[in-house]
Write a protein that binds this ligand. Structure first.
Ligand code: 4AD
Ligand code: MG
Length: 465
């Protein structure tokens, strides 16, 4: 038989050109039938649905058919016909089957049955082959594409900021060291400390926690830029919303104040939700049915509503008056915990909330200081089920104020000279924010744990795969 070019399942299922010979390749989800006829459900990851292969059993070598079990990889050539059965528009009448690889039913872990998310994490090398992870990974892709599209359509430039840096952008100190020094025998200074002058870069370096500081340099030249890259935090948080390696989207805009910043954040988030509603409906319907019956409704409602904007001080007042007993007691000055964010978003306002003007002592050194001398022009977007999904602010553009704040917070001025210098030459008001990519995927897919929305999660004590 002449070699026929492979067609993806997604395209075959949409096709109405019946009675032509096609080739499909993929992984067997199930095989059922009897000694006359067999039905293979084949999936190639291009779409959540399988294509049905109909096999006239007596016409095939028994040895080949025996190899076709759940998980095996095959190439099937045959006639695409309108399906008589329910549940699929078309099916393929197999004329030729080639088995690429078998999957021993005695050991292949993904047999046709429900598996716990915990178990699937242990087989992260195979879990992309499940319906759930196929759906999540396709949505993740779609979202990444939509992010680039949004910024491109809005005149932003994609700026690649470094992964290895010598600065601690957030000033939080939760960084992974990057070094080529011998851990067992590092060069020492006279006082016994490690001599980083002898390290690869001639100084201490680490994996970046944020591309913001460099994005600001870009914005102060190109007006509007964004970064979209991996960021790393060595915080020992074992929670369903923290990863040690996660992806962050950080737009940075010259001539934007905090209100412009909030407007952009809200428009951007709504665009992303709408994009996935428009382009991933099959995957969303699957997740809605299997995991979270409220999912699609929740996504639609965040599209329709205007986010509630209020300042931190007002929010603290609401929490104090709520009469709720929080595990972490509330008073002015405390950092908000997940339980507080949840209360505001899910119980009090019942919509996404943007909180502004946080106490300066719980926020980073670069945020614009308010005249009250107590708060800074921060803005965090809080989402239902997720809590903080975006953190951002207007930036301090005043040279003297920025230097003073660096000193107060022990940010080494001599390390940050390049950042501070932009306030000396042609400084302008500017703002930006960071969206946690996985938290957005978590919100959109309705999954419960951030480990299940990234292909290979990195968390404390876990860097397998
Ligand atoms: O609030 P964060 O720490 O802000 C920044 O890094 C700023 N430099 C952003 C900016 O203004 N350009 O982080 C931003 C977002 C959070 O709102 C959250 O969604 C996500 O990044 N995030 C994490 N996501 C997963 N795992 C973690 N450990 C995260 N830490 C922060
Ligand atoms: Mg934050």
């Amino acid at each position: 038989m002449e070699k026929i070019k492979r067609t993806k399942v997604v395209d075959l299922l949409k096709s109405t050109e019946y009675d032509r010979t096609v080739n499909v390749k993929g992984w067997v989800r199930t095989k059922r039938g009897n000694n006359k006829i067999a039905f293979i459900a084949l999936n190639d990851g291009s779409v959540i649905h399988n294509i049905q292969i109909v096999v006239d059993v007596p016409g095939f070598d028994e040895e080949i058919l025996k190899k076709i079990t759940t998980g095996a990889s095959v190439s099937v050539t045959g006639k695409l016909v309108k399906s008589l059965g329910k549940g699929q528009p078309v099916e393929i009448q197999a004329a030729e089957i080639e088995v690429y690889g078998t999957a021993d039913p005695a050991t292949y872990p993904l047999q046709k049955k429900g598996h716990s998310m915990e178990f699937l994490r242990e087989i992260a090398h195979l879990r992309p082959r499940t319906n759930t992870f196929g759906a999540v990974l396709r949505i993740r892709h779609s979202l990444a594409f939509a992010i680039h599209k949004y910024f491109n359509d809005h005149g932003f430039f994609y700026l690649h900021t470094p992964i290895i840096t010598g600065s601690d952008a957030e000033g939080a100190g939760e960084m992974f060291r990057v070094t080529t020094l011998d851990a067992k025998n590092p060069p020492l200074l006279e006082n016994g400390e490690v001599n980083f002058k002898e390290d690869f870069f001639g100084k201490q370096t680490n994996l970046t926690v944020s591309g913001q500081l460099e994005a600001e340099l870009g914005a102060l030249a190109l007006s509007q830029v964004y970064t979209f890259g991996p960021t790393f935090r060595a915080e020992n948080s074992n929670t369903p919303r923290h990863l040690a390696e996660f992806w962050m989207i950080e737009p940075e805009m010259a001539f934007y104040d905090i209100h412009d910043d909030m407007d952009l954040a809200e428009d951007f988030l709504k665009y992303l939700v709408q994009y996935v509603l428009d382009h991933n409906s099959d995957d969303l319907e699957f997740l809605n049915k299997m995991f979270d019956k409220e999912l699609i409704r929740r996504l639609q409602s965040t599209m329709e509503t205007k986010y509630k904007r209020l300042d931190y001080t007002t929010a603290i007042g609401i929490l104090e008056k709520s009469g709720k007993k929080f595990e972490f007691p509330v008073s002015w000055g405390v950092d908000l915990q997940a339980e507080h964010e949840k209360y505001l978003v899910e119980q009090h306002f019942k919509k996404p909330v943007i909180l502004t003007d946080y106490p300066k002592d719980i926020k980073a050194f670069y945020m614009k200081q308010n005249d009250d001398n107590k708060t800074v022009r921060a803005m965090d977007v809080l989402f239902p089920r997720i809590g903080e999904i975006i953190g951002g602010s207007q930036r301090e553009e005043d040279y003297d104020k920025l230097v003073r704040r660096c000193n107060e917070m022990n940010i080494p001025e001599q390390e940050m000279w390049w950042y501070i210098e932009t306030r000396k030459y042609g400084t302008v008001p500017h703002s930006g924010f960071g969206l946690g990519f996985e938290r957005m995927v978590l919100f959109i897919t309705g999954m419960k744990n951030i480990r299940d929305v990234i292909p290979f999660p990195r968390t404390p004590q876990n860097a397998e795969f």
